[in-house]
Write a protein that binds this ligand. Structure first.
Ligand SMILES: Nc1nc2c(ncn2[C@@H]2O[C@H](COP(=O)(O)OP(=O)(O)OP(=O)(O)O)[C@@H](O)[C@H]2O)c(=O)[nH]1
Ligand SMILES: [Mg+2]
Ligand SMILES: [Zn+2]
Length: 350
């Protein structure tokens, strides 16, 4: 496997990473991560890897440790390797960690294109698509929407769904497919480009792993039918994994997400809502929050019907969530700082 096929690109060149053969260090990409064990892919193939102690001890949060998609500098030995350093990330797909306060969870790094997968039979939900869009637009990544299981709905219903997305997100590419009928898959094969990194995002049971198996032409990932009683996905995939497609392109599979959550920058959220961001800078006040300010161009557009009420409501809801997350995060940091101050003072007294 050459580094270019693994995604080594202009960006990595731009950060001036030049492998020096004399040091024995080489470049590799993180393929899986499990607690403290990693699998990385280098030019010589797959290697089990551990991180060097220094990296572990200087890490102040999970984000400082390797994640799937990372480019790392490794020192190979026998059939394994030691990860020395994580190269700067081009993009970080992250969301609020489930059940924790103000903490983030990395989904994958160095992703160029994120594929939002929804099953059109009962998973379709445009507000959730918008959550994914905000997460994707907050980092250096492009979104594409994959509508799967089109074999289960009528042509008319599919058209209605596609139209409802286009109305709210006119510039995002939408690809309808069916894994079981092999519908749209031929076109998808040409969609993936060599050296470009793609990541599948979506709820459990929407068919992410089935799609990967179809693209690989082999049963690589385990898939499972939806549970009969609840019709909920069963979380078949439990680990993120990066793989290289036979026709080129790097694809990361993910376990289905129960909640997407909202975080990221205000700009990311705004640009996710294209029809709203079109009014950016046209409100009377430059720091307008579009809630109730006089001369707000967004509110006017909602009243005129140029921006749908549903879009506006979802945008506002996500803004509130994002602000709440930021407050919790700031509070958590402050508490952490105060705690370490107390510890320091106690040490001094002793
Ligand atoms: N009818 C129909 N069923 C599909 C299609 N694609 C996948 N399925 C079925 O949907 C079920 C779930 O598919 P998976 O690929 O395991 O879903 P997943 O998104 O990987 O789920 P997690 O790993 O839990 O996140 C399986 O029974 C698949 O056979 C499709 O296009 N049409
Ligand atoms: Mg899966
Ligand atoms: Zn405004």
């Amino acid at each position: 496997m050459n580094l270019k096929a693994l995604g080594y690109n202009v960006y990595l060149k731009s950060i001036h990473y030049i492998p020096n053969p004399d040091t024995g260090y080489t470049l590799a990409r993180v393929v899986t991560e499990h607690k403290d064990r990693y699998t990385v892919m280098s030019e010589t193939g797959l290697l089990d890897a551990e991180i060097i102690g220094k990296l572990r001890f200087t890490a102040t949060s999970r984000a400082d440790l390797p994640a799937v998609g990372d480019w790392v500098e490794i020192l190979p030995y026998d059939n394994a390797a030691i990860i020395q350093r994580i190269l700067p990330r081009k993009s970080v797909l992250e969301r609020p960690a489930v059940g924790s306060h103000g903490e983030k969870q990395i989904i994958a790094t160095n992703v160029d294109v994120a594929l939002i997968v929804q099953a059109v039979d009962r998973d379709f939900n445009i507000n959730r698509i918008e959550r994914y869009l905000a997460l994707i637009r907050s980092t250096n990544t492009d979104p594409v929407i994959l509508l799967n299981k089109i074999d289960l709905v009528s042509k008319e219903d599919l058209e209605t769904m596609v139209k409802s997305i286009i109305d709210r997100h006119p510039s995002v590419q939408i690809i309808p497919i069916s894994n079981t009928e092999q519908d749209g898959l031929a076109g998808l094969v040409g969609f993936f480009k060599e050296g470009v990194t793609y990541c599948l995002l979506g709820s459990s049971g929407v068919g992410k792993s089935t799609l990967i198996n179809n693209l690989l032409g082999a049963t690589r990932m385990q898939t499972k039918s939806l549970s009969e009683t609840t019709h909920k996905g069963q979380h078949t995939t439990t680990h993120r994994e990066l793989m290289v497609l036979p026709g080129g392109g790097i694809l990361i599979d993910n376990p289905g997400m129960r909640e997407v959550g909202t975080l990221g920058s205000e700009e990311g959220l705004e640009s996710a809502f294209e029809t709203i961001s079109a009014y950016e800078g046209t409100c009377k006040f430059s720091d307008c929050s579009h809630i109730n300010e006089p001369g707000c161009a967004v509110i006017r557009a909602v009243e005129n019907g140029e921006v749908s009420r549903e879009t506006y409501a979802n945008y506002m809801k996500m803004q509130r969530e994002r602000q709440h997350f930021e407050m919790t995060e700031a509070e958590r940091r402050k508490q952490g700082k105060e705690f370490s101050k107390i510890v320091k003072q106690m040490k001094k007294k002793r």
